[in-house]
Design a protein around this ligand. Structure first.
Ligand code: NAG
Ligand code: NAG
Ligand code: NAG
Ligand code: NAG
Ligand code: NAG
Ligand code: NAG
Length: 435
């Protein structure tokens, strides 16, 4: 949306909110130039219509024993349909989110030198620690996750078990298009722009020095952000440090001259790109083609999301039908077009292409990587990660997968406390930088 420059910013925001609201969001938008408390309150009619749509799901005609790689089973689809129709209680979910996560909305603008100049309305979680020496920590979620990924770690971060461990003020924004951050209204908003927007958010909250924890697409955003704002981003812990094998790694691999870790990570990447990356290729090339059906079918979208998540989580117990539906809702409420499109913008930003992840810009600040066995890039050697970053430490776990904040929060918390707890890493102890 372009408006004459004489229109004051506030009216732009209200108008933008109105435009968003009249398009598809089943909740009130009310964005200002500074943070305002936000309460999740989705229209009942939308919740009822979604349940009705789920009840009318048309199922695939089964064949005998298809390769599980083809997609989730018809049993999975009927399980989710049945749960959605008979048991899923959005009111309970909503109440839970409002009780456990203090949420806000605000609007940021990128600097005049940025490519993307529209105002960016953001929804975010913000919990302050009572500790005077707490360090501001930005947590960035991934796809197909959302801000709710932070839920299982946030209280331990603000209130660690004792004073010998670092405490954090936690900010967990929704990437535009996910959950309650409005989808971008023009093209040109990708991982790079999200990095600029989340930095602007931290500055608006007066956190001029901060650390970042992230994985998946958040792990890409985090590296742009650290690269772009070396004075502000003190350090980072990344549980998805993408790095492709180099030409010479490939040559050594062909000659059986790679180390066990290198061989493992090359095999797992090749397996991922050959057998599991089709969803990403569609999202990065033709997100709109995919979005028409997915916007209309809650169970269809749930299966798209379930396929992505079930392949990379270790503990089926953490991934219940209720959670599958709630995660789906965070994409379904606005429609998933822009959450798919993030892949297109990510590819344009140079983060990845149809067959590989590209090298991201160099990061000089101290970084650490956390690796989990059900995720790709498990056993990535530190030397590989160091090609594009000052990566000082590798934490390897024997359990867990792609969403550690949700699935194995204690492992991730241990890494966060250990890495950011080092005085010379965060440079923050006793400096009260969060005040
Ligand atoms: C938007 O927020 C302001 C300030 O909190 C409040 O006064 C106003 O009533 C809200 N408007 C809507 C439509 O919710
Ligand atoms: C999905 O189907 C697989 C194989 O039939 C099964 O192991 C898994 O528990 C199912 N998950 C759900 C949520 O239905
Ligand atoms: C603080 O808590 C951690 C984790 O529970 C524990 O390992 C450590 O020994 C505790 N330190 C003190 C001084 O109580
Ligand atoms: C940030 O600091 C400024 C100047 O002290 C103050 O006006 C503003 O309210 C602060 N913002 C927040 C979110 O605390
Ligand atoms: C590498 O190892 C495999 C399996 O052990 C073997 O088949 C192949 O011939 C070896 N290649 C080279 C170049 O040594
Ligand atoms: C994707 O990037 C990789 C690594 O930079 C490169 O080798 C490959 O040719 C690219 N593929 C496409 C389809 O552009």
């Amino acid at each position: 949306m372009k408006l004459p420059s004489s229109v004051p910013l506030l009216s732009v925001l209200i108008l933008a909110g109105h435009v968003h609201g009249s398009i598809s969001a089943p909740f009130q938008w009310n964005f200002s130039e500074s943070p305002r408390p936000f309460v999740v309150n989705v229209e009942k009619e939308f919740i009822d219509n979604t349940r009705l749509k789920a009840s009318l799901t048309r199922f695939v005609t089964p064949i005998q024993e298809p390769d599980p790689l083809e997609g989730p089973s018809i049993y999975n689809a009927t399980t989710i349909r049945d749960y959605w129709v008979n048991e899923y209680d959005w009111d309970k979910v909503e109440k839970h989110l409002n009780q456990n996560l203090q949420q806000y909305t605000t609007t940021v603008k990128l600097s005049a030198t940025a490519q993307y100049l529209e105002p960016i309305p953001l929804h975010f979680v913000h919990h302050r620690s009572p500790r005077a020496d707490a360090v501001p920590l930005l947590f960035i979620h991934g796809w197909p996750g959302s801000f709710i990924e932070v839920e299982n770690i946030i209280n331990s971060l603000t209130h660690p078990p004792n004073d010998t461990m670092p405490a954090f003020h936690v900010v967990a924004p929704s990437i535009p298009g996910f959950a309650f951050s409005p989808a971008p209204i023009t093209t040109g908003f990708g991982d790079y722009e999200a990095a600029q927007a989340f930095h602007a958010l931290m500055i608006q909250l007066n956190y001029t020095k901060y650390v970042i924890q992230a994985g998946d697409v958040g792990g890409v955003i985090m590296r742009y952000q650290a690269h772009l704002f070396p004075e502000n981003v003190l350090a980072g812990l990344n549980n998805f440090w993408v790095v492709s094998p180099s030409q010479s790694d490939r040559e050594r691999y062909e000659k059986n001259a790679t180390t066990a870790d290198e061989t493992y990570v090359i095999n797992s990447l090749d397996n991922f790109f050959n057998k599991h990356w089709a969803y990403g290729q569609i999202q990065q090339t033709q997100p709109l083609r995919l979005a028409h059906a997915m916007t209309d079918s809650p169970v269809g979208l749930a299966m798209w999301i379930y396929a992505a998540v079930s392949a990379v989580v270790d503990n089926p117990g953490v991934w219940t039908p209720e959670e599958i539906i709630t995660w789906t809702m965070m994409h379904y409420m606005q429609g998933p077009y822009s959450t798919f499109r993030l892949y297109k913008e990510g590819a344009l930003n140079g983060a990845f292409n149809l067959t590989a992840f590209d090298d991201l810009p160099m990061v000089e600040q101290p970084m650490a990587i956390s690796e989990f066995p059900l995720d790709i890039w498990y056993r990535t050697p530190l030397e590989w990660a160091q090609r594009t970053g000052n990566v000082q430490k590798r934490y390897m776990h024997d359990r867990g997968g792609h969403f550690p904040a949700w699935e194995t929060p204690h492992f991730l918390l241990d890494d966060i406390w250990d890495f950011f707890g080092q005085l010379d890493i965060s440079h923050t102890w006793g400096m009260n930088i969060g005040e």
